[in-house]
Design a protein around this ligand. Structure first.
Ligand code: NAD
Length: 481
């Protein structure tokens, strides 16, 4: 028997799992709240060992037929999946604004079109994979990308729809069957994704959704020896647990983790452009893994830069993410608000100066003012740790070498931003140790390009061919001449 739908505004969302092509009600449930006004949105199924078992069994059963299809045969299913996501655009936007607090405007113009593209682009890209050969004097090597098996996908609350489709697209296109475990603080758009998969006619067991908390449902899923791949995006402590479980079974895992990315402003930078981009770091209330949260500014332009940035930040509209005018929304959970403000308090106590913000925002209980702190030292907690809120730091440098040393002086290595005269900025970008870095720009994410971090920011790359290298078993069939 299925549970009654949750009503999110005009939109109905199932609180159930989706296993083997049908909705499965939970035996236990967890609460989901709206970060804007703390309203209870509803209770969602908490996966227990029986649900995990059912999902793995269904995915295993579906694997032989789905993996036997060619990429061309899988394409129409996935094209339909993308279309069905598009058909639910209005609901997806409204629901993710309500449970994750993502800006409605970003959902409409960024996330939902991207979710469709995530499915469609990888399905089309898979077509090219089957024709790779390497010719040598001795042999022809037919390089196959074979489906790996049952894939577990675990995603965080700051971008549930975007990140789930970013992984589902290549995993399904590769011929794997999937089990998605959405974030418990924002699980609802992934339920709509299951509706889309169902309406698209994906065969039962190819896409499964098991709702639940990380420590229980998530941990059970990743510990199962029948799993062939684990793709995880989230925090470093969780990644350590998942890597341990994966290590026990020798299962490849892809880990996309947190960041503390440098945002370098060279003396020869266009300061207006740099300041406008730096202000973007407050979008989604700073809950963005790839945000450049450490502003590193040449000492001769630092004051000028900060003034220009201040005038932009003072105009930012903080408010309800469902209002199209809003530019900075809520923090996901009271626990995160406490965490973010705790970072600021400790930084100030250690000597940091508040250039702006620094306090709770009066729009609501889960709002924090866009904040900039300077007078911070490289080994301060606020410089070394990911805050995941609307809090940036500013440090100055006197030389390129000093900027590079500051940029590279944390355990993270996800992304970066460098503003300056192009050759200069590019040369600096090449010296920064991260998985990617934007020169005089921010946020360009082409699906063909690799994405991922180094050091504590993760292991492995997804995107383009890199996704298929991860989600497939690469095999060389050697034909001698
Ligand atoms: P989190 O690690 O707490 O949770 C992420 C997911 O893991 C959730 O679905 C959770 O239920 C699940 N989980 C928790 N414990 C688990 C366990 N033992 N076994 C299996 N699953 C478990 O992260 P979060 O707080 O939801 O997300 C914020 C973090 O995600 C930040 O550090 C952020 O930087 C990072 N992030 C990284 C990227 C990237 O692409 N590199 C993108 C977005 C967010």
């Amino acid at each position: 028997m299925t549970s009654p739908a949750l009503q999110i505004g005009a939109h109905a969302v199932s609180p159930d799992h989706y296993i083997d092509g049908r909705r499965v009600a939970g035996t236990a449930h967890f609460d989901v709240h709206c970060p804007i006004d703390q309203r209870l949105l509803g209770r969602v199924a908490e996966g227990d060992p029986a649900h995990v078992e059912a999902a793995i069994t269904a995915a295993q059963r579906a694997f032989p037929a789905w993996s036997a299809l060619s990429a061309a045969e899988r394409l129409p299913y996935l094209e339909r999946f993308a279309e069905e996501i598009g058909r639910r655009a209005e609901a997806l936007c409204a629901v993710e604004s309500s449970d994750a607090g993502v800006l409605l405007s970003r959902m409409q113009h960024g996330v939902v079109p991207r979710a469709m593209l995530n499915i469609r682009w990888f399905a089309r890209h898979a077509l090219a994979l089957q024709a790779r050969t390497i010719e040598t004097e001795q042999a022809t090597h037919h390089v196959r990308h074979d489906p790996a098996g049952v894939t577990v996908i675990i995603t965080p609350w700051n971008a549930p729809l975007m990140l789930s489709t970013w992984k589902l697209g290549p995993a399904l296109a590769a011929g794997n069957t999937c089990i998605l475990k959405p974030p418990e603080w924002a699980p609802l758009t992934c339920s709509l994704l299951a509706d889309a998969a169902d309406a698209a006619g994906l065969p039962p067991g190819v896409f499964n959704l098991v709702q639940g908390t990380g420590a229980t449902t998530g941990a059970q899923l990743v510990a199962d020896p029948r799993i062939a791949r684990i793709s995880f995006t989230g925090s470093v402590p969780t990644a350590r647990r998942i890597a341990q479980a994966a290590g026990a079974n020798l299962v490849p895992c892809s880990l996309e983790l947190g960041g503390k990315s440098p945002f370098i402003v060279l003396e020869d930078a266009d300061l207006d452009a740099a300041a406008a981009t730096a202000a973007l770091m407050y979008r989604n209330a700073g809950q963005v893994c790839l945000a450049g949260t450490r502003l590193l500014v040449h000492e001769r332009v630092a004051e000028d830069f900060a003034q220009r940035m201040r005038s932009i930040v003072s105009q930012l509209v903080v408010g309800d993410p469902r209002d199209p005018a809003t530019e900075v929304g809520p923090i996901i959970h009271p626990r995160q608000v406490e965490r973010v403000l705790g970072f600021v308090e400790r930084a100030v106590a250690a000597g940091a100066r508040v250039l702006w913000g620094g306090q709770a925002h009066d729009f609501g209980a889960q709002y924090v003012q866009p904040t900039l702190l300077d007078h911070v030292r490289q080994d301060d907690e606020i410089v070394q740790n990911e805050v995941f809120g609307p809090v940036l730091t500013l440090q100055t440098f006197a030389s390129d070498d000093e900027a590079v040393a500051l940029a590279n002086g944390t355990d993270y290595g996800l992304g970066g931003v460098c503003y300056g005269q192009t050759d200069h900025a590019q040369a600096m970008a090449e010296r920064v140790r991260t998985g990617f870095i934007w020169v005089n720009s921010f946020g360009i994410r082409d699906l063909a390009a690799p994405f991922g971090g180094i050091k504590r920011s993760g292991i492995g790359r997804e995107g383009g061919d890199w996704s298929f290298e991860f989600f497939c078993d690469v095999k060389d069939v050697v034909l001698p001449r």
